[in-house]
Design a protein around this ligand. Structure first.
Ligand code: AMP
Ligand code: ZN
Length: 114
């Protein structure tokens, strides 16, 4: 836990959120500033600053986050219409919160944006 980290605070329950999923490795909740009709975040419980900071042993966590995001896509009715999973990394990658998380976006046809 990093005390200043907003996602660590959500994981610790210090900032309230509507948990859509939780297990030993990750939690999921709605993005506060949705970029699509469905915009969920799958967040590691552990404070890992970014993709770049993953150790070899932590690489399988990305597969687990993908599995959870796929399940959430089915539950939220966007699996058949299509969706996007995004992990931003670093400044040029558009990462604002330095705690590993995967975006699940769907509910409309998404444009490619750079
Ligand atoms: P990123 O730019 O990939 O780091 O994405 C961070 C995301 O976290 C943004 O889409 C924010 O809208 C979202 N966010 C920041 N604070 C909160 C919060 N308290 N609850 C839910 N989502 C948040
Ligand atoms: Zn954190």
């Amino acid at each position: 836990m990093t005390t200043a980290c907003v996602f660590c605070k959500i994981v610790a329950g210090e900032i309230p959120s509507e948990l859509l999923y939780q297990d030993e490795e990750v939690i999921a909740f709605r993005d506060i500033n949705p970029a699509a009709p469905t915009h969920l975040l799958v967040v590691s419980r552990k404070h890992i600053p970014s993709l770049l900071h993953l150790t070899e042993a932590e690489i399988p966590l990305i597969g687990h986050m993908t599995r959870v995001a796929n399940q959430l896509a089915r539950e939220h009715g966007i699996a058949e219409s299509g969706y996007r999973l995004v992990i931003n990394c670093g400044g040029h990658g558009g990462q604002l919160v330095p705690h590993l998380h995967m975006h699940l976006l769907g509910g409309r046809r998404l444009k490619w944006s750079q």
